[in-house]
Ligand binder design. Sequence first.
Ligand SMILES: [Zn+2]
Ligand SMILES: [Zn+2]
Length: 134
Amino acid sequence: MKTLNGSCVCGEVEFRVEDQFAYAGYCHCSLCRKASGAAGTAIGGIANTHFTVTKGKHRINYYKRSKETVSAFCSICGSTLFGEKPLLGMVHIRYGALDHTPSLLPQAHMHVSSKADWYEISDSLPQFSEFPVI
Ligand SMILES: [Zn+2]
Ligand SMILES: [Zn+2]
């Protein structure tokens, strides 16, 4: 099984994930925008059984940002790494935190209804106003 490594900016936190993402896309919701400071984030969803923190577990801070999502970030450098979806048993990995290219590339744009006005989507991937039903 191919695995992918991920890490934060300072290198204190590392994780490993199997290259078996169930879905992937660009999220334009306001929470992802604020958390990343960017137009949006590329995320991939994977069952939490396929995901392990391999270094610096004690460096991770968690923030319950909504009923469905607990965001995980490095307490040293602030990198946002992944979001836990306990109700679904999934983890949303920030593709930007990966050190390798996953097999499943982003397939769509999500939460386009809350996209920043100053950001224009210029590719031809499908767009969903909220999170698509999967
Ligand atoms: Zn860090
Ligand atoms: Zn989002």
